[in-house]
Design a protein around this ligand. Structure first.
Ligand SMILES: Cc1cc2nc3c(=O)[nH]c(=O)nc-3n(C[C@H](O)[C@H](O)[C@H](O)COP(=O)(O)OP(=O)(O)OC[C@H]3O[C@@H](n4cnc5c(N)ncnc54)[C@H](O)[C@@H]3O)c2cc1C
Length: 457
């Protein structure tokens, strides 16, 4: 068995393009983007495509894909972190349905761009399977299908019986499952680096090793230079809370991933892991998995504590205890993989707003735009945000400008130490909810309590 602690903190998706130069002299552009992850790059891509005369610069503190975009599980999914029922209550049924349909369409839009631009992102769209492995999980699967049908989206999720679900993925204890075709998997590292090269070809400048120390109307300030810009886009996701003016907008929550050695073909065939499907089960503390193009299992999950003061540090990327729990979950799902070697482990922070809503917006008066707080579902949503930003900035009228995420204002997080206590209580309740359901087989009271705090998502 691999000793996880011996593995370095290295995403399986890592590879570095030659380093790009930092911004070392004052400069002036039309649009300055802070952050070279999916949000910043998709926005740059659609803006440059719509108006090739725009002068666009991206400044990145570390390197392209350093953040969540280069570390995620590669699900390119139509999942929205807030339940559609909740969106419908807040914004109306039509808006919730519109949002879901645009999320579905976004999965295909990403596939189209990858194909058109020739990015080696290993995009495959075979859908997403969420297995029900307890009676409580099965009840949740039924409720999910019922509520999306009641909203007018009967095709969004298909309820699977035990045999149908196990035929797709033969995990232990499968009682049924939920399937949606609206999900692809990608190699996120290749996608983020490929996008960066494409926007550069389109004339966008990318400066690496350049932290924005502050930003405001018309300017981004870096240690050795100032970037004047008519429009400034903040695309810094988990790191947003490090700006003095944004401390309570989002909290950084850590998520962790393991990659195994490639599975032998016979094992893949036995477990139904022949098609590159995104999958998990319906537990409360999310896990996520996909089969990479070379046959490795990529298996991730949450569960690490939130760090006081919204602190982010490379030290927090590899907590052995959480990676061991994730490995335990993988082996519990697939006991025959007990001796499979783990080759990579890593982690990273994602951003969560107080009401779990992603948001994208533009204030024409100040020229400041923003997008993010995708929870763990930003691979696709960042593309939708990029197209919305293009429209808002260039004044293009399109139906996506009316989606509930546009100019959505989340409440601020509590001040410390209440924030620390509340977020960690939420993480603990999710874990306790799963344990309770394993023990009783009934929907968890702990999880119900958590839903009443977070608003039902
Ligand atoms: C481990 C993990 C697994 C995940 N799995 C999935 C998944 O399977 N599917 C899914 O949809 N989503 C997943 N997510 C979430 C998804 O990866 C993110 O929502 C998405 O990548 C966010 O993209 P972004 O560009 O907004 O942010 P990021 O990729 O985090 O980019 C922000 C960039 O800003 C830079 N930056 C920060 N501060 C500054 C500054 N002051 N100056 C200059 N630059 C700065 C950072 O270095 C970083 O490169 C996962 C996230 C994690 C951490």
């Amino acid at each position: 068995m691999t000793i996880l602690e011996d593995l370095p903190n290295l995403p399986y998706w890592s590879a570095r393009d030659p380093a790009r130069a930092p911004l070392d002299r004052d400069s002036s552009v039309d649009i300055a983007i802070i952050g070279a992850g999916f949000t910043g790059l998709w926005a740059a891509f659609y803006l440059a495509q719509a108006d090739p005369t725009l002068r666009i610069a991206i400044i990145e503190r570390d390197h392209v894909g350093f953040g969540a975009s280069g570390r995620n599980g590669g699900w390119t999914s139509s999942i929205f972190p807030v339940s559609l029922d909740h969106v419908a209550k807040q914004y109306g049924r039509a808006a919730a349905v519109h949002l879901q349909l645009e999320m579905n369409e976004t999965v295909d839009e990403i596939g189209r761009v990858i194909a058109a631009e020739g990015i080696d992102a290993q995009y495959v769209k075979h859908g997403f399977l969420s297995l029900a492995r307890s009676r409580a999980q099965l009840a949740r699967a039924r409720a999910m299908v019922g509520s999306s049908s009641a909203l007018g989206l009967p095709e969004q999720w298909r309820l699977l019986g035990a045999g149908q679900a196990a035929d797709m993925i033969d995990a232990s204890g499968v009682l049924g499952g939920l399937f949606t075709p609206h999900c692809a998997v990608v190699h996120p590292g290749n996608l983020v680096r490929g996008l960066a090269r494409i926007v550069e070809r389109m004339g966008v400048a990318i400066y690496e090793g350049t932290p924005a120390t502050s930003f405001g109307a018309g300017e981004v300030v870096a240690p050795n230079a100032r970037l004047d810009a008519k429009i400034v886009l903040r695309a810094t996701e988990a790191f947003t809370c490090q700006f003095k003016t944004c401390r309570r907008l989002t909290v950084p929550i850590y998520s962790f991933v393991l990659a195994t050695e490639p599975l032998p073909i016979a094992t893949r065939e036995r477990l139904g892991l022949t098609r590159r499907l995104a999958f998990n089960d319906l537990r409360h503390l999310r896990i996520y998995a996909q089969l990479a193009a070379d046959g490795r299992l990529i298996f991730g999950g949450r569960g690490a504590p939130y760090h006081f003061g919204s602190k982010i540090s490379p030290r927090y990327d590899v907590p052995g205890r959480i990676h061991a729990k994730i490995r335990h979950s993988m082996v519990e799902m697939f006991p025959s993989l007990r001796d499979l070697r783990i080759t990579h482990r890593w982690g990273g922070a994602l951003a969560v707003a107080r009401d779990w809503y992603p948001a994208v917006g533009f204030d024409r008066d100040s020229g400041i735009a923003w997008a993010g707080q995708y929870v763990g579902d930003g691979v696709a949503t960042s593309n939708l945000a990029g197209r919305i930003l293009r429209n808002l900035i260039l004044g293009r009228d399109e139906p996506i400008n009316l989606l509930p995420i546009v100019n959505h204002k989340s409440p601020q997080w509590e001040i410390e130490p209440m924030r620390w206590a509340g977020v960690n209580a939420g993480i603990a309740l999710a874990a306790m909810g799963d344990a309770e359901e394993r023990f009783t087989g009934r929907p968890s009271q702990c999880a119900r309590m958590l839903e009443s705090i977070t608003g039902g998502h």
